[in-house]
Design a protein around this ligand. Sequence first.
Ligand code: FMN
Length: 317
Amino acid sequence: MSKLPPVLQNLSLPVIASPLFIISNPKLVIEQCKAGVVGSMPALNARPAELLDEWLAEITETLAAYNKANPDKPAAPFAINQIVHKSNDRLEHDMQVCAKYKVPIIITSLGAREDVNQAVHAWGGIVLHDIINNKFAHKAIEKGADGLIAVAAGAGGHAGVKSPFALIQEIRQWFDGPVALSGSIASGDAVLAAQAMGADFGYIGSAFIATHEARASDAYKQAIVDGNSDDIVYSNLFTGVHGNYLAPSIRAAGMDPDNLPESDPSKMNFGGDAKKAWKDIWGCGQGIGAINAVTSTAELVDKLRGEYQAARARLKL
Ligand SMILES: Cc1cc2nc3c(=O)[nH]c(=O)nc-3n(C[C@H](O)[C@H](O)[C@H](O)COP(=O)(O)O)c2cc1C
């Protein structure tokens, strides 16, 4: 465990809800924060770009009102995800809107940039950068990120291939700042395991897709309830970067999930085509065997909290 910046201290459950392309929206983020975990969404989910201002106003005003009414049980802070990749032509605009609202946490993915980190620090925010190996972790911290999201094997969306044990252990040999572990975490027991390994937080994505507030089709949510790790396929076909997807959605799109061709990484794209691909092909991590029903976000976080406390009691912690 590490020294945490004030914004990450005192979470009632050590969990960061990860940003989900297309799926996360202000309603989901607000419910995550009210339930006591860091809520997040990609800036790119607000389309057109002008909508981001409205969404950030909604999140900041709702959480401020909630905190005023609940001074003993304030909401957790929220995070906005920026895709720092050359195909994201909205980055400058979206950073200006985040500056206007002094977003407390920025999560950067697919590229680490010093100027982005400096801009966030200038308004008093912190940057967590997601990485899939120790080399990228070094780069991210050298460029000024405050903390790391270690994306291990089995994560939904763009996943790594490293065992979480290897990844966290290598990072903790040199880095004592905030680290969240990502990949297949969908139970409170797994959150405690992430902490036992040396991470500060569990970083949870796919489990939140099966909530009422998530902007996903009923069929997608049900596939998460019905599915387990056998249903997850690792491929780079859909965005040019390797990621994990639900096999039933690949079959429904007329492809054989067991015989997918390789993609050309130069085709990596986060514009309109990416939105189309992610709508039909459902990103998902391997941990969904723990999800047995579509519930409210509050109920999911309550369940995680109960499991976390039970696991601590079982281990006499
Ligand atoms: C459908 C889907 C969309 C995602 N979109 C993003 C995104 O836009 N930005 C990002 O940084 N990570 C994204 N992720 C990855 C998550 O941030 C996180 O690493 C992952 O969900 C954690 O693994 P888990 O799903 O097994 O909990 C996405 C994941 C999924 C499943």
